[in-house]
Ligand binder design. Structure first.
Ligand code: NDP
Ligand code: A1CAB
Length: 275
């Protein structure tokens, strides 16, 4: 039987996940969302046909699976508020950056199955990538259920050690934003060179999509794919030399390290160990 799934805190990430699920055929009458804002509840109900509640307790009561989608700083208060309603047979999935399994378990206050996930917003198009790790109370059947849920909105990988969730955040959770930023810079330059925004956007974004597809669908090393475009004394070579002169490896490493460091800082700031 199809399980009832409650999304606690419907915002960007919850919408990306349930809209991907709906597009892959998950029944709307098995999805509940919560938000404190009446306008948002009306909007999501009208737009997606899911039940939208103001009351997290009520949503948790009705759910087999509870997906925790509030901001990391709100997680403790939100969980502790509904924790009296938690049942042993429920499965909890958190999407929050930097909130560890032990903290979630402590606030939930019961020996329940908890999966920590790090999805990304392309999930709304079925093109998501999600990192996953489960606590000791999660059965293999529940892990399979979580894999199935995330495969309906893209791909997923299980990591062995929770420390890797910081790296997952920097490689896929936050990464769409890096690529958007890169595209913004490219489109800006296309416009400065005289093309209109729409044409620049189409050219650059299809180049990015095509390159990503080549990496995913072909076996060639990425350096080989790059070399295939880089004619000696040609145009690409000049662009790549310019990137190297700006030390592109360092630019990317610094950004990813900053992302990981913030994830670690959040794990420390939003930890039940501080209580
Ligand atoms: N955005 C992204 O790309 C990614 C986000 N994440 C994680 O997803 C989580 C959510 O991020 P994001 O969706 O971007 O944030 P949003 O602010 O868009 O969504 C959070 C939602 O939670 C709702 N909310 C807050 N408090 C409550 C409450 N007490 N009861 C019910 N709803 C509540 C808010 O709505 P209202 O104020 O109406 O109640 C808000 O819309 C974060 O933990 C983040 O780390 C993970 C991976 C990627
Ligand atoms: O920026 C954030 O904190 C969240 C987590 C990954 C993507 N967005």
């Amino acid at each position: 039987m199809t399980q009832s799934i409650a999304f606690i805190g419907v915002g960007n990430m919850a919408r990306a996940i349930f809209s991907g699920m709906l597009a892959s055929g998950y029944p709307a009458d098995k999805i509940i969302g919560t938000s404190r804002t009446p306008e948002k509840r009306n909007y999501y109900h009208e737009q997606y046909g899911i039940a939208m509640l103001a009351d997290n307790d009520m949503a948790v009561n009705q759910a087999d699976v509870v997906v925790l989608c509030v901001k990391p700083a709100q997680m403790q208060a939100v969980i502790e508020d509904f924790s009296a309603h938690v049942r042993d047979d429920q499965l909890f999935i958190s999407v929050a950056a930097g909130v560890e399994l032990d903290s979630l378990a402590y606030w939930l206050g019961k020996s329940v199955a908890i999966v920590r996930s790090m999805p990304n917003t392309p999930s709304q198009l079925g093109a998501g990538m999600t990192g996953l790790i489960a606590n000791e109370y999660t059965t293999e059947a529940q892990k399979a259920q979580v894999s199935e849920l995330f495969s309906s909105i893209g791909h997923s990988v299980w990591v062995e050690d929770e420390v890797h969730m910081h790296t997952v955040t920097s490689l896929s959770g936050s990464a769409p934003a890096y690529f958007f930023r890169f595209l913004e810079a490219m489109i800006k330059n296309g416009k400065e060179q005289g093309l209109d925004e729409k044409t620049s956007r189409a050219l650059a974004s299809h180049a990015m999509l095509g390159a990503a597809r080549m990496v995913i669908e072909l076996d060639d090393p990425i350096a080989q794919l790059r070399n295939n475009i880089t004619s000696p004394k040609g145009t690409t070579e000049q662009a790549l030399l310019s990137f190297e002169a700006s030390n592109i490896d360092k630019i990317v490493a610094d950004a990813m390290t900053a992302c990981v460091n913030r994830s670690k800082e959040m794990a420390s700031n939003f930890s039940a160990k501080k209580d």
